[in-house]
Design a protein around this ligand. Structure first.
Ligand code: NAD
Length: 249
């Protein structure tokens, strides 16, 4: 098993990509701290992992609050003795507004979770990893690179995740901490459930993938698990697409 003996945190692990990744980490032998702002869904992920014979523990976290993030990391270390892997994955979508109509509060809400949350996760995790090294994997998006209408805050926040990944990797290399990111295309999860309700909208977005189909969270989890494992020991600072070619158009 590729993550035997490792301990990992996954944020946003109550649903979608985070949930699939927490389960895949556990299948590969990691002890997993399931972090989410939503108690029942986070508890459900941890229970699911334990039912399958894995080792998981739920900690409620608001990634947009640094004290809450520090508590998540402290609890991981208290519960499992150390931290080897941090997957900064929790995220929210933009309310649909053009740049000019974007309420400042809406913009800040998205940046607080998607951008500041990743910074807080890097900072808190690095503090726990600095003696023994570790791996941090951040969830960006192909929309860090591609323009789209009415999702300005989301795009801005994901672009920042790409930049933070590179600078953090350079900064933390001296502590033997690798920092990478993933850029998913359309993945069928709760965050895009509103789009799915309208078949015309969904069909149009699905077509952006080269094989015209949304991906599954499990297909993303496989990439995150590889990046978190020693199989990826020479991979650092880069963003890895998991998008069926959508960003290559
Ligand atoms: P999802 O809605 O299924 O899961 C997101 C999880 O994050 C939820 O469990 C939610 O409770 C949690 N969360 C939200 N705000 C939080 C906060 N402040 N603190 C802690 N937890 C919080 O969506 P998903 O698709 O699995 O999204 C995971 C990540 O993948 C996000 O960063 C998202 O932007 C990114 N992403 C998704 C897609 C896609 O098409 N689904 C594409 C590219 C990137």
């Amino acid at each position: 098993m590729r993550l035997e003996g490792k301990t990992a945190i996954v944020t946003g692990a109550g649903s979608g990509i985070g949930r699939a990744t927490a389960k895949e980490f556990a299948r590969e032998g990691a002890k997993v701290i399931v972090g989410d702002i939503d108690g029942p869904s986070g508890e459900a992920t941890a229970a699911d992992i334990e039912k399958d014979g894995g080792d998981a523990h739920f900690v409620k976290v608001n990634v947009a609050d640094y004290e809450s993030m520090k508590n998540l990391v402290n609890q991981a270390v208290a519960h499992f003795g150390k931290l080897d892997i941090m997957h900064n994955n929790a995220g929210i979508n933009s309310p649909p507004h053009s740049v000019m109509d974007m309420p400042i509060d809406d913009y800040q809400d998205v940046v607080n979770v998607n951008q500041n949350g990743v910074f807080y996760g890097i900072k808190a995790a690095a503090g726990a990893m600095k003696e023994n090294g570790g791996v941090i994997v951040n969830t960006a998006s192909i929309y860090a690179y591609i323009a789209d209408r009415n999702r300005f805050a989301y795009h801005a926040s994901k672009g920042a995740v790409v930049s933070m990944t590179k600078s953090a990797a350079l900064d933390l290399a001296r502590h033997n901490i690798r920092v990478t990111a993933i850029a998913p295309g359309l993945i069928e999860t709760e965050i895009v459930s509103e789009w799915k309700k309208n078949p015309e909208v969904w069909g149009k977005i699905e077509k952006a993938q080269m094989r015209r189909k949304a991906g599954k969270p499990e297909e993303v989890a496989k990439l995150v698990t590889f990046l978190a494992s020693d199989d990826a020991s020479f991979l650092n600072a880069h963003v890895h697409y998991v998008d069926d070619g959508a960003a290559a158009f």
